[in-house]
Design a protein around this ligand. Sequence first.
Ligand SMILES: NC(=O)c1ccc[n+]([C@@H]2O[C@H](COP(=O)([O-])OP(=O)(O)OC[C@H]3O[C@@H](n4cnc5c(N)ncnc54)[C@H](O)[C@@H]3O)[C@@H](O)[C@H]2O)c1
Length: 362
Amino acid sequence: MMYVTAPNARAFVENVLAGNGVPRKNAIIIARGLVEADLRGVDTHGINRIPSYMARIRQGVLDPRAAPTLRQVTPAVAQVDGHNGFGFLAAHMGMAKAIEIAEEVGIGLVSVKHSNHFGMSAWVVQQALDAGMVSLVFTNSSPAVPVWGGKSKLMGVSPIACGAPAGKGRPFIVDMAPSVAARGKIHKALRRGEKIPKDWALDKEGKQTDDPAKALEGVMLPIGGPKGSALAIMMARNSCQDVFAGVLSGSAFAGHVTNPYDPSKPADVGHFLVALKPDLFMSLEEFKQRMDYLYGRVIGSDRMAGTDRIYFPGEIELLMKEERLHDGIPLVQAEVEALNKESQRVGAQSISVSSCPVKSRL
Ligand SMILES: NC(=O)c1ccc[n+]([C@@H]2O[C@H](COP(=O)([O-])OP(=O)(O)OC[C@H]3O[C@@H](n4cnc5c(N)ncnc54)[C@H](O)[C@@H]3O)[C@@H](O)[C@H]2O)c1
């Protein structure tokens, strides 16, 4: 393992993006979203996505210079057109607008079309939390999950994310794909030469596999067997994700979103973002007290055998962030090499890594 500090990771990403034609102010937003994923331990959606995003720019299917545009639809509703630029920019503009509207009228709803992959949904939830807002964040994605009993890709692994601020306790942040594991975890295992658990995916013959390369030729498995499959059909195909982020937004839907690792055509991803003021029905103080009570009830619950600690949704990632802000973000040699290939292509500086956790050098 090698370690990179968050500021060095952000600087590296900003320089590679700028070298690929992304305006510096936009590169800062994208780098922040990617490094936030690494800090939270969601390494699948962090800076290691840079080579695939840059490949999309080189193939001409992602516009590095595109700036999203905004249209007010009603006092509570707005629409962002991502113009095939980075999903991070369209989602960032969309959530900023949802927050601004919610501050005025209590709830802000923004639909985003013609966007791209925006990485980890939790950074958009965090943007709302930083403004003291409750939020819902949906995005659609390319097909990767079969229906239960099927073996071909039919539904997306579109994550469902939601956040609510707290008082003294930790905020609530759920951010989950409707598959047993996000597909990015398979890409990560492949990059790191690791096997995957056999209940994550099927190979192209429809057989369980622990080989990430074979899993990528096959399909991801939905959470909870037939129940998760039914939920995924409801969520990803017919309800929240695809109807809200796809049909409603004016973006691709019904299996037509392009995989971020497929550089053959624009992805045309849609997002659906909601910000809600927490003090609509009671004072802010009372809301926060109630969230803290919920947090205490959850983490203080009787534990099942073998469980040392109960975590609130999002808490593991926040603890990881504290650790990685201190120790740095771990990367394997192959990941460092793939990142440096990107910096070399545009004459930017290599990523600055250390061979031991940062704190052990202090
Ligand atoms: N942009 C896209 O198209 C896309 C597609 C798929 C996934 N993703 C991202 O992939 C990431 C990973 O998704 P995932 O489904 O593999 O997440 P995950 O399974 O690692 O975590 C899902 C949720 O469960 C909570 N959790 C995990 N362990 C817990 C525990 N022991 N106690 C309490 N809560 C716990 C986490 O805080 C999180 O909110 C997400 O950030 C998601 O946004 C993005």
